[in-house]
Design a protein around this ligand. Structure first.
Ligand code: GLU
Length: 303
């Protein structure tokens, strides 16, 4: 039987809050329960947002929570070559194009189309307008996405083509208590439109980096927040196109504030370090995120 591999993958853009604590503790509990491995990955591929001081604070918080993770941790900023190789593979399949429109140009194109059709422009599962694909048409036929000599550009996936090549996709969603029950979920990556695979100044966007890293780290069980549920469709698509193994997924409930909104630093949600400073213990944190003290989730499904 393969040893399950779990991971907690924070972005060092700010301090950890209770939502992160739930994710990290669930992963660690499930790894412990199943005799699995627990990894931490620092998702700092967007160097414009990542800060080393946040990474230090995050690792401190994880140590304080008593989470035993393997070291060294993987840092995305150190693996640009892995993402470039994946991007080359998608380019060789003719599935990517250079996209250099500015945000203003994109918004203008969408407004024009909305005015012309009298209908609202379609949006992705996160509520953002789909990319209008103007430069997809312009670039059709091109396969070289790296274009080092070109002006700064993002690289996008030609979603319609990618979906045609990949065929139907689904993922296995396992339940809260790991009783071995899981559900097959039909994946609809097309709902995201032509996603960015690499930014103008970043070697990989979130979706690409996450699937490459999960595969290279041998992650078998992805346990993360419900906010990433629909993103899993894109991850399954990229895994299929890149020939990567398929992890199992569990998307846990989100911790919300008094107004029912997801916690976030910008709305002043208390960080773990703040709670710690006011005397909270790990047992308090477990209680606050709705985890029983030493109530490990029951055994991992046998595969
Ligand atoms: N880095 C992402 C975040 O902090 C999580 C990515 C994942 O678990 O797939 O929201």
């Amino acid at each position: 039987m393969t040893v399950p591999v779990f991971r907690f993958a924070p972005s060092p853009n700010g301090p950890l809050h209770l939502g992160h604590a739930l994710s990290a503790l669930l992963n660690a509990d499930m790894a412990a329960e199943s005799g699995g491995r627990m990894l931490v990955r620092i998702e700092d591929v967007d160097v414009t947002r990542a800060r080393p001081e946040h990474e230090r604070a995050i690792l401190d918080d994880l140590d304080w929570l008593g989470i035993a993770y393997e070291r060294p941790v993987r840092r995305q900023s150190e693996h640009a070559d892995d993402y470039a190789a994946a991007l080359d593979r998608l380019a060789a399949l003719g599935l990517v194009y250079r996209s250099s429109l500015s945000r203003t140009e994109i918004t203008a194109a969408i407004r024009m189309e909305e005015a012309r059709s009298g209908r609202p422009w379609p949006r992705d599962p996160d509520g953002a307008p789909l990319y209008p694909g103007i430069d997809r048409e312009r670039a059709s036929g091109e396969t070289d996405a790296s274009g080092a000599s070109q002006a700064p550009h993002a690289v996008r996936l030609d979603m319609a083509k990618a979906v045609r090549l990949a065929g139907p996709l689904s993922w296995e969603e396992f339940g809260d208590r790991l009783h071995g029950e899981s559900e097959s979920i039909a994946a609809d990556p097309a709902a995201w439109g032509d996603i960015v695979l690499a930014g103008k100044f970043t070697p990989a966007a979130y979706h690409l980096a996450v699937v490459v890293d999960d595969a290279l780290q041998g992650v078998t069980d992805v346990v993360r927040g419900r906010d990433l549920y629909f993103a899993t469709a894109v991850h399954r698509l990229l895994q299929r196109l890149l020939g990567l193994p398929e992890p199992h997924y569990h998307h846990h409930r989100l911790i919300v504030d008094a107004d029912g909104r997801k916690l976030s630093k910008s709305r002043g949600s208390a960080g773990l370090a703040d709670l710690r400073a006011t005397g909270a213990t790990v047992a308090d944190i477990r209680r606050m995120v709705g985890l029983a003290p030493a109530a490990p989730l029951s055994s991992h499904p046998s595969r």
